[in-house]
Design a protein around this ligand. Structure first.
Ligand code: FE2
Length: 329
């Protein structure tokens, strides 16, 4: 049995997961930084990670009932993400690897979102829609890499949703009972025209954000603003995904990342899947958000194919692109 410990610290979550190749999740321990106001403050988040890392690590080892000596490798998310946050996880992983003489595995956070989705849903070779606070990417495996078939030209879908509800005075908290404030506000709303932008295979949300806020300030009802902004944002993503499906001839769609928890977005993709006669898979909400398990699992796949890095070369890569990573499994 191969055991891998994985560390996640790319944004607001410091997580440690331990998995085996059975496959089994042996531990999933997390700490989440919640900003006192506004969006994430990278240095504040990093400081909170430093404070909480020892207890998260101890908790993971006790959940898994293993000593760190019996772990075969240490995996760490080296990017993409926020520099100060990434450096906390990388420093801890390098120290563990060096001190305990364990191989170190460099994991791309985006690849990990895809791989945990595949592992938990059983999807084989899907068109992947990766949507979170920091990423909006349509990707699929082609020629040994996850190629990008569409992405946002500016802000990510999750960032758009969070910023809009914050500016409308509806958040934080952004998500209550698994429902995003935008979805809650959109109930009973009617459509008003907002700019719908798709350029080639790419989406764009910053113009939509500005237009939605302008509409609100000019007197449009808040529920109409929320409903329309959501319709436009989700529909442009579905349009791009549909073209990706048609071009690539994939027979599965997999939704991963924090925004995959939105029931309304899932409904739209379910309609697309039915229309196209393909299968839809959605990562379970618990693993849609950042966690150490996805890093451990992807690290395990990489470790089994001999991908490791010397600790002195394991530097963080804030803009590490998904399509620059070779996939051997
Ligand atoms: Fe993420």
């Amino acid at each position: 049995m191969v055991l891998v410990l994985g560390i996640e610290s790319t944004a607001h979550t410091f997580g440690v997961g331990i998995v085996s190749d059975e496959p089994r999740i042996l531990a999933d321990s997390r700490f989440s930084y919640v900003p006192s106001k506004g969006g994430i403050h990278p240095r504040e988040a990093a400081d909170s990670f430093i404070k909480n890392a020892p207890s998260v690590l101890r908790e993971a080892l006790s959940q898994a009932k293993v000593a760190i000596d019996s772990v075969d490798a240490v995996a760490v998310a080296l990017g993409p993400g926020l520099g100060p946050c990434l450096r906390v996880g990388a420093t801890i992983a390098r120290a563990l690897s060096t001190y305990y003489g364990k191989p170190l595995v460099p994991v791309n956070h985006a690849v990990a979102h895809v791989e945990i989705g595949r592992m938990l849903t059983g999807a084989g070779d899907p068109l992947v829609v990766y949507i979170s606070g920091g990423n909006t990417v349509i990707t699929a495996r082609y020629g040994g890499r996850y190629r990008v078939f569409g992405e946002t030209l500016d802000i990510a879908l999750g960032n758009f949703m969070d910023t809009l509800v914050r500016e409308l005075g509806l958040a934080p908290p952004y998500v209550v009972g698994g429902v995003h404030a935008l979805d809650r506000c959109a109930e009973g709303g009617k459509y008003v025209e907002l700019p719908y932008v798709v350029k080639g295979q790419d989406t764009s949300y910053s113009g939509l954000l500005t237009a939605a806020l302008r509409a609100y300030r000019s007197g449009v009802r808040v529920e109409d603003v929320c409903f329309s902004a959501r319709e436009v944002a989700y529909s442009s993503l579905v349009e791009v995904a549909e073209r990706g499906l048609a071009q690539l001839g994939k027979s599965e769609i997999l939704l991963v990342g924090g925004v995959a928890a939105s029931r309304y977005l899932v409904e739209k993709f379910r309609a697309l899947a039915e229309y196209r006669g393909v299968k839809l898979y959605v990562v379970p909400p618990k693993y849609a958000v950042d966690n150490g398990v996805m890093i451990a699992w992807t690290g395990l796949l990489m470790f089994k194919h001999g991908v490791t890095v010397e600790p002195e070369n394991a530097s963080v890569k804030q803009r590490w692109r998904l399509d620059s990573v070779d996939i051997y499994w």
